[in-house]
Each structure stands twice: as structure tokens, then as C-alpha cells.
Design a protein around this ligand. Sequence first.
Ligand code: NAD
Ligand code: DAU
Length: 342
Amino acid sequence: MKILVTGGAGFIGSNFIHFLIGPDNTFQGDFEILNLDKLTYAGNLENLADLSQSKNYHFVKGDICDGKLVESLLQSGVDAIINFAAESHVDRSLYEPDLFIQTNVVGVQVLLQAALRHRIKKFIQISTDEVYGSLPPDAPGFREDTQLSPNSPYSASKAAADLLVRSYFKTYGFPAIITRCSNNYGPFQFPEKLIPLFITNALEDKPLPVYGDGLNVRDWIHVEDHCRAILAVLEKGKEGEIYNIGGDGERTNLEITETILDVLGKPKSLMRYVTDRPGHDRRYAVDFSKIQRELGWSPAYPLKEGLAQTVQWYLRHDEWWRRIKSGAYRDFYQKHYQERLP
Ligand code: NAD
Ligand code: DAU
């Protein structure tokens, strides 16, 4: 099976490619992977450097909004598309919403249209639980039929893409599936998201900026569990369906922060309460019983173990994150942090 993976140089995409290829180049199946990635600030070929000699893996630098390029790639006989490509950071979407609409909405439409024309047999849109909005404290987790109520330009752009995907299935019978996963953590996550930012800031003895009261809740899932779920959807998922994916790992941001500081043996005094994120969703929790029941998938990583392993990964990959943090990202982060100081 030849798969076009878009956004494969980012966090989840690069983990998924590694997952498919396996530790000793022993593929999980008979796959050939074509990775189309624009290499934005979040795309990093270092994440895939070990695969440069693999004969079943090819990289193409380019934009999913470039219809001609996408068409030319599909002409090479692609069987399935898995779309990871996106602007993925909620905080950035508050500053540059137009970029999010371009990639997350227009880009998805370009992919859908080209895929329809080339009769692609399976299209998986990697969406997010954020499209459902925010849950009250005791409410049950998001189900696939929970109303869409996105609260940030990021989540609104992902919800818009989901509606486009749905419309291609309803109108053209296009074989699309949507997955909606909760917050991922693990190796190769760009150090702008909560867990890698706090691990690396703590290692540098820099402040850990906790938004608001720190009591917002996220459902954390190890990226490898997410990759296993995507493979299950690729192999057994039903066209036109939505599958929620969750980690059964609800924690407040304060709990996550304290665990990271404990694992690293760093003092709580590194925590700094800063101005809250505008429109900050209070709680996410995911009911993933559908994928459990229908595709036999469940999360396997206990959060405590997964977090400790992730901390070890960042300790061992010091050069990887230090290079990112000392590059262009530093200016964005410093401006953003200064603006948040009370
Ligand atoms: P990421 O920001 O780490 O990676 C995104 C990748 O997409 C980068 O390699 C980037 O270069 C590429 N890209 C961006 N714009 C592009 C374009 N126009 N054309 C081609 N490539 C482009 O993101 P991530 O955390 O790996 O998320 C991947 C997907 O999973 C996204 O669609 C995101 O919405 C979704 N998701 C993420 C999480 C999470 O916790 N990180 C949870 C649920 C769903
Ligand atoms: O739920 C899935 C989503 O999870 C994905 O769709 C997004 O792509 C991904 O970025 C993530 O979104 P969040 O906004 O939940 O993730 P983030 O890591 O940015 O923030 C997690 C929580 O931590 C959130 O409540 C905000 C808080 N936070 C975050 C940062 C970066 C802080 O308190 N301080 C910080 O510096």
C-alpha cells in the first residue's frame, strides 16, 4: 500500500512514520510512504534523519495548498492519504489566524479535491477533540456525535475541515474517515506545547508559565498509542465514520507541571502563574468507546510511565531541543511570554 502522509516531519507525523517502519526497518505491513511537508517552523527533517536510506520512504518538500504538486504526487499511484499537515498551536492561532485557515481549511479542500479526482481509496483526516469545545467539570467525555463548538481560530479551522471532509463523503461517496484525538505527548514534540516546554524550561532552570489558575484539564495520550489507533483506522475503519481517540489520562495542568518537576528533581518555585490564554477551554475528556468496541483499540501507556519515558527522551536529545529553542522560535516565545507576565 502506498500512503501519502502529509505533515510527516512534525511531531505526530514523524512518530507515525517511525511506527509504520518499525525499529529495524521491519514494516508493520507492506507500506511505501511518501511524506509531503512544507517544513514550517514545526517541521524538522532531523526527526526522520534515520530513515534517509530507507527504500520504502520518500520525502517531498511542499505545501498541501499547492494543487499541482498534490496532483503530481497522486499520479504516482497513491492508495491512501493520511493528513497530519496543519498549523497546530492554539496560542499561535490567536496571532496569525489567516495561516490556520490557509493550511487547515484551504489545504484540506485541495487534498480532498485532488484525492477525489484520483479515486484515492482511503483518506484519513487527523482532527482533534478541540472541535467539541470545552466540557463542564462533571460532564461525560466527548462522543463522536457531540456538537461541534470550537473556541479558538485553531479549533474552528479544524472543525471547518471536518465539515468539508464530511461533505465529500455525503456528496461524492468519497472514502474519508475523521479521527479526533486528545492531547498527545512523547518524543519529537515541538517545545511550544505544555509538556515539552515545561520539561525543557525546567532543564534550563527557566520559569514554567502556568496559564490562569492551572486547573484546566486535558486528557493526555502517548503519541505511540495515537499512532496505533491511526493504523487500526487505516486497516479497519469504516468510510464516513468519525473515531474519537483518548488516553484515559485526565489531569489538571498543575498536576502535569508538578509531576514534571518531581521527575526532574526541580523546585516548585520555577512555576510562574501568568495571564490566561484568551478563550481557554476549561476541560477536555474523550469517550473512546466506539474505537474500542469497533476496532479493538485501547490506550496502553499509563500516563506516569509515559511521562517519565518522555522526560528521559528530552534528557537524551538535548541537542535536538536546544537547537530549536535557540533558533527563530526564541523571539516568538519571548514576546509571547513577556506579554503574559502579570
Ligand atoms: P506539528 O505542528 O508538530 O506538525 C505539523 C506538520 O505539518 C509540520 O511538519 C509542518 O511543517 C507541516 N505543515 C504545516 N503546514 C503545512 C502545509 N501547508 N503543507 C504541508 N505541510 C505543512 O503538529 P502535530 O502536533 O504533529 O499535529 C499533527 C496533526 O494532529 C494536526 O493536524 C493536529 O491538528 C492534529 N492533532 C494534534 C494533537 C496534539 O496533541 N499535538 C492532538 C490531536 C490532533
Ligand atoms: O486536544 C488536542 C489538542 O491538544 C491539539 O489539537 C493541539 O494541536 C495541541 O496543541 C493541544 O492543544 P492544547 O491547547 O490543549 O495544548 P497546549 O500544550 O498548548 O496546552 C495544554 C494546556 O496547558 C492548556 O490548558 C494550556 C496550558 N498551557 C500551555 C502552555 C504552552 C500553559 O499553562 N502554559 C503554557 O506555556
